[in-house]
Design a protein around this ligand. Structure first.
Ligand code: DQA
Length: 152
């Protein structure tokens, strides 16, 4: 698939996702963020570049969402634990979709099949859509959707 112009997709990852590979591999798998980056780069439609980042810091993540608005970049966001309580991140995500940009919330695990506190997402209501429970495939599916929308 080819996007009609060059696009950068921001693939943003919240707290503790820098520990992928060793963090609860039974839940999150044994792949690292570098593995994920390589995989998404290989899968990216032509004309689409992957800018994958991770931070444990809420303010940094919010700043990246502002950057997405200013640069009109679609976003694939794994907010990690911020998913469940960060109204500041929710407001920032709303700026992205409010600007008419795609923001796909992704999770490696299925939070609804886990502890009660993970059943709430303050991001989902302001996201374009949500993909959860498929490991790295959650990101791949989100990227495929971004490619489809950009080509449409
Ligand atoms: C997660 C699910 C969250 O509940 C958790 O806090 C994470 C990862 C996931 O990708 O499954 O850090 O977002």
């Amino acid at each position: 698939m080819t996007a009609d112009r060059a696009y950068r997709v921001l693939v943003l990852n919240g707290p503790n996702l820098g520990r992928l590979g060793t963090r609860e591999p039974d839940v999150y798998g044994s792949g690292t963020l570098d593995d994920l980056r390589q995989r998404l780069e290989a899968e990216a439609p032509s004309g689409v570049t992957i800018d994958l980042r991770q931070t444990d810091d809420e303010a940094t993540l919010i700043g990246w969402l502002h950057e997405a608005v200013d640069s009109a970049s679609p976003v694939i966001l794994n907010p990690a634990a911020f998913t469940h309580y960060s109204y500041a991140l929710s407001d920032a995500a709303k700026l992205v979709t409010g600007a008419g940009l795609l923001l796909i919330e992704v999770h490696l695990s299925n939070p609804h099949a886990r502890e009660e506190f993970r059943h709430t997402s303050v991001i989902s209501a302001v996201a374009t859509g949500v993909i959860a429970g498929f490991g790295f495939d959650s990101y791949s599916l989100a990227l495929e959707l971004v490619g489809r929308r950009l080509a449409a």
